[in-house]
Design a protein around this ligand. Structure first.
Ligand SMILES: Nc1ncnc2c1ncn2[C@@H]1O[C@H](COP(=O)(O)OP(=O)(O)O)[C@@H](O)[C@H]1O
Ligand SMILES: [Mg+2]
Length: 512
């Protein structure tokens, strides 16, 4: 059953009005304003002096919007759809703010920021409607981030471990694999109890389709919600999208559950905010963004939290994405977001171009909170990884034109190349903790140093099945206990050495 957007907007407004029927309305419903000027998705309304920021308004013609800017006697109203609002039209305050449906019924669905279905599965039976804008939990209501959020991406889990309740920015130029990292993190939650919410702001519908299809093919779409406000929807809807996504996630967080919100991306959101503010004739500041752009993003991302035990201990993890121009991290929006979040994964166009994927710049990336939650097995095996890798990258650069190298440097470079090869990871193939640990053990103990570089791909490809066959028990114990005891370590090591032997050319020639 399909319903049109128009019909579902009416349903949504009716529901809003019904819910507000017995609320004392402020301002009184008989107070009527008049549109002074309208166009480009906004309207200026005069004559509703008591309306607060964010208040929902209904126009005579059927359109609706919310108060975005308050002047002394003029309200800047952002429209929720591209409805033809005309000057002179009457406007009423609905006595509430913009809300969005929340609840389990949204799982597996594609909706717009007001919770109106964009898929073919009919209306959504919401548990309730929550305001899209909510205050973040206070300091007393929070707890330290203690549980890990496994992304299944070796490079991230080993070097920039994330914790549930953390805010980690994914930032880089266009086409550097930002969305890919977030999508892999979502796919990896097929084996966890984390609900994923992917918010697309102003993304091309083909890109959004790709994400949804990838999650459907590789992840667990029935535990995901897709909140989509495409580039051709009203700027008001695009503006609301991240807030709506967070409201949907908070429903799970507040019940003691776990949610992950990806916002793809906040650069587009900032641009929409700028557009609206300029239309509202608000003063603009750096790069023509209004002064409150920091505030609106900080207020949003503050809602990511690990709640205290008294409040159920639920978590909301945020992975906002931001796009840079020519790798410029010191532009206005990137610096804002870097300072708001608990760390950033920086993607480099140069590495991406060299085929290093995920193209994470390990020197510029950091995770300030999640390290404490990292599985002990990964912490142990990745202890020196970052330093070894960073030293190798320097060495590689400096020795590029050298013809002779001392054996120690040569060995360091050979080892570094294997680190790079192991950390390279295809899309849509997140690894479980045990398999990540196995590959890192191979690196840590130098088991791959004798294997030709071009066989590493084959090694990574064959390892999972090989280990499932030869040491299933060890893998299960790593998953359950998140540690690696010495006897298991020896078994794992022996199994890896066996596989390496079968892949080493001389050995296969000898056996042939
Ligand atoms: N780890 C990876 N391995 C192979 N291809 C990748 C990987 N990550 C991203 N890509 C490809 O790179 C392209 C850009 O990735 P995308 O995530 O859309 O970039 P962005 O979101 O930064 O614009 C896509 O075609 C994607 O399939
Ligand atoms: Mg993208």
């Amino acid at each position: 059953m399909t319903i049109t957007l128009r019909e579902s907007l009416d349903l949504w407004l009716k529901a809003a009005e019904a819910r507000l029927a017995d609320v004392v309305l402020a301002p009184p419903p008989d107070q009527i304003g008049v549109v002074e000027q309208a166009g480009d998705g906004i309207a200026f309304v005069r004559g509703l002096p008591d309306l607060p920021l964010g208040a929902l308004m209904r126009f005579e013609s059927g359109a609706s919007g919310f108060a975005h800017a308050l002047d002394e006697d003029l309200i800047g109203c952002v429209l929720l759809d591209f409805d033809p609002v005309k000057a002179g039209e009457q406007v009423r305050g609905l006595g509430g703010v913009v809300t969005t449906p929340v609840g389990e019924a949204l799982l597996g669905r594609i909706v717009d920021p007001l919770g109106r279905p964009l898929d073919e599965h009919g209306p959504i039976a919401a548990v309730r409607y929550d305001p899209v804008e909510r205050a973040a939990p206070g300091i007393i209501e929070r707890d330290l981030v203690t549980q890990p959020l496994q992304t299944g991406i070796k490079l991230v889990d080993a070097l920039f471990a994330l914790g549930r309740g953390q805010r980690e920015l994914i930032i880089g130029d266009r086409e550097t694999g930002k969305t890919a990292i977030a999508v892999d993190a979502i796919i990896n939650q097929r084996n966890s109890d984390v609900i994923c919410i992917y918010v697309a702001v102003g993304q091309k519908s083909s890109t959004v389709r790709q994400v949804i299809d990838a999650v459907a093919a590789h992840g667990d779409p029935q535990r995901c919600i897709f909140v989509v406000a495409g580039p051709s929807t009203a700027p008001g809807l695009q503006w609301l999208a991240p807030y709506a996504g967070f409201a949907m996630a908070e429903y799970f967080r507040d019940q003691g559950g776990h949610a992950l919100v990806v916002v793809d991306d906040l650069s587009k959101h900032a641009a929409t905010h700028r557009e609206l503010s300029l239309l509202m004739r608000q003063p603009s500041g750096r790069e023509a963004y209004p002064g409150d752009v920091f505030h609106i993003h900080a207020r949003l991302l503050e809602r990511a939290a690990k709640l205290s035990a008294a409040l159920g201990g639920g978590t909301l993890t945020a992975l906002p994405i931001a796009q840079t121009e020519a790798g410029n991290l010191s532009a206005y929006i990137p610096t804002n977001l870097i300072s708001i979040t608990d760390g950033q994964i920086v993607l480099s166009a140069k590495l991406f171009g060299e085929g290093q994927k995920p193209a994470v710049d390990i020197g510029l990336s950091v995770s300030r909170v999640g390290g404490k939650t990292q599985a002990p097995v990964l912490r142990e095996l990745a202890e020196t990884l970052r330093l070894d890798y960073a030293q190798f990258l320097e060495l590689e650069l400096f020795t590029r034109f050298s013809t002779t190298l001392d054996p120690r440097t040569q060995a360091q470079i050979e080892h570094g190349r294997r680190i790079r090869a192991v950390l390279t990871q295809a899309q849509y193939a997140p690894l479980s903790l045990a398999h990540e640990a196995a590959e890192l053990l191979a690196l840590h103990d130098g088991l791959l140093d004798g294997l030709p570089l071009d066989r590493i791909e084959a090694f990574k490809h064959q390892l999972p099945a090989w280990l499932e066959q030869s040491c299933k028990g060890v893998l299960d114990r790593i998953e359950a206990e998140r540690t690696l005891d010495p006897s298991d370590r020896d078994r794992l090591r022996a199994a890896i050495e066996d596989l390496v032997k079968t892949l080493t050319p001389s050995a296969s020639q000898a056996s042939a």
